[in-house]
Design a protein around this ligand. Structure first.
Ligand SMILES: Cc1cc2nc3c(=O)[nH]c(=O)nc-3n(C[C@H](O)[C@H](O)[C@H](O)COP(=O)(O)OP(=O)(O)OC[C@H]3O[C@@H](n4cnc5c(N)ncnc54)[C@H](O)[C@@H]3O)c2cc1C
Length: 384
């Protein structure tokens, strides 16, 4: 239940700051990158200069010293212009940044996390494997201790930005006698592509197009110092579940941004496009579609900011983040699909942004736990 919910002036200012940046630096270049398939590496690193990556973390680790409402607002505004950038922030701040911030040692916080927050390092989070998706506890990647090193063997895929990552956070089983959620640890690998024992098998061709980097990686005797273990050995599953709370909050915000972008484009288009002698927005059928888009976008935003607000009050948001993620990304998919319909044939072309929103929305229903898995998370907490 939403008990209390408030935004302050600084949240409004953050939204304006990110929006201004997107209009100036992002929107003019999106189409060129989408067409050429060139990953916008410089722009991703620039998000660090703008302090948009480590929004909720303290300034001494490169963060912006703000809170999770500001994080959600930042991700939403980026996704409204280009989901790829919002996703990059979400991985850096949530899936990678959160475990480093909460469980990392001084070096991992002051060096690794700081490099991630400032955009110096593009990080990647390697959990999913060909045989282990929703059932993450069935992963087969192993890390064994040899002297003062970890030796990592395994096969990961759908590691976003894996092929270009400056830091890989690998989820591996460190205790071969354990199974399921036990005996799993997190190991950080800085500069992975300068090491032996790692192969980029391919970048997986996907709905987001060539501009997205979704890597398939193989580790064959990849060696890193023992000190690269994040937190305690064997507690990695707990760490990633806590990181996923933040990841899901950020993915909810991506859904809100995509929904807002699709709605805004449709509102503008329907006000200008004339058929049968009048703007199509004046046909009740189109007006109702716009009304539903606006209402669902606002509901998704409220649910997302409410979850962020709970986190800012120090509460665990496992259920709230799962609710926001599921609702907002389902809403984004529906709204983006309706937006293509409102645009008619133009919506089906790459001349208009709505076809991109539709492709982007589909991914948000799948990553950070599919929406089926998130519904399980919500249901399982109902009787606690
Ligand atoms: C764009 C994109 C980026 C990604 N980035 C990363 C990344 O950076 N790092 C990373 O580690 N992974 C990443 N992933 C992988 C993602 O986390 C997994 O795809 C996701 O967890 C689902 O796993 P799967 O694809 O193997 O599907 P499966 O687990 O095989 O599921 C297939 C279908 O079965 C359903 N299903 C499975 N179990 C249940 C159940 N118990 N109840 C009901 N339904 C169920 C699922 O919901 C789904 O619809 C990314 C994926 C995408 C699409």
């Amino acid at each position: 239940m939403i008990e209390r919910f408030a935004l302050e002036d600084r949240h409004v200012a953050q939204r304006e700051r990110v929006r201004e940046f997107c209009e100036r630096a992002v929107e003019p270049v999106v189409d060129a990158h989408e067409t050429s398939g060139e990953f916008p590496e410089e722009l991703v690193r620039r998000l660090g200069d703008e302090a948009f990556i480590g929004v909720p973390y303290p300034t001494d680790v490169g963060g912006a010293g703000q809170d999770f409402r500001s994080f959600a607002i930042t991700v939403e505004e980026l996704a409204r212009s280009w989901k790829l950038l919002a996703g990059a922030v979400n991985i850096a701040c949530g899936l990678v940044g959160y475990p480093l911030s909460e469980f990392g040692d001084d070096r991992q916080r002051e060096e690794w996390l700081a490099n991630v927050c400032t955009g110096e390092w593009i990080p990647a989070f390697a959990l999913t494997e060909p045989g282990s998706g929703s059932d993450a506890g069935s992963l087969e990647t192993t890390a064994r201790r040899e002297g003062d090193e970890w030796v990592i063997d395994g096969h990961k895929w759908w590691t976003t930005h894996g092929a270009i990552a400056d830091l890989l956070l690998i989820v591996a089983r460190t205790d071969p006698d354990e199974s399921g959620h036990a005996g799993i640890s997190l190991i950080g690998v800085p500069n992975p592509h300068e090491r032996d024992g790692i192969e980029v098998i391919r970048d997986i061709p996907c709905m987001e197009g060539d501009v997205a980097i979704e890597s398939e990686l193989r580790f064959d005797g990849l060696r890193v110092p023992a000190a690269n273990l994040v937190g305690e050995e064997g507690r990695g599953f707990r760490y990633i579940m806590e990181g996923l709370d933040i990841g899901r909050l950020g993915t909810a915000a991506q859904g809100v941004g995509i929904a807002e972008g699709a709605f805004a484009a449709s509102r503008e288009f329907a006000g200008e496009r004339e058929q049968f002698g009048q703007p199509i927005a004046e046909f009740q059928g189109v007006g109702f579609s716009l009304a539903d888009m606006a209402s669902r976008t606002e509901a998704a935003r409220l649910l997302t900011l409410s979850a962020a607000d709970q986190r800012d009050r120090g509460e665990r948001i496992t259920q709230a983040a799962a609710m926001a993620k599921t609702f907002a990304t389902d809403a984004a998919m529906e709204i983006a699909t309706d937006a293509v319909q409102v645009h008619g044939a133009r919506g089906y072309s790459t001349d208009y942004p709505v076809e991109r929103y539709m492709r982007e929305a589909k991914g948000t229903q799948i990553y950070d736990g599919t929406n089926e898995i998130n519904r399980l998370v919500i249901a399982n907490r109902m009787y606690e």
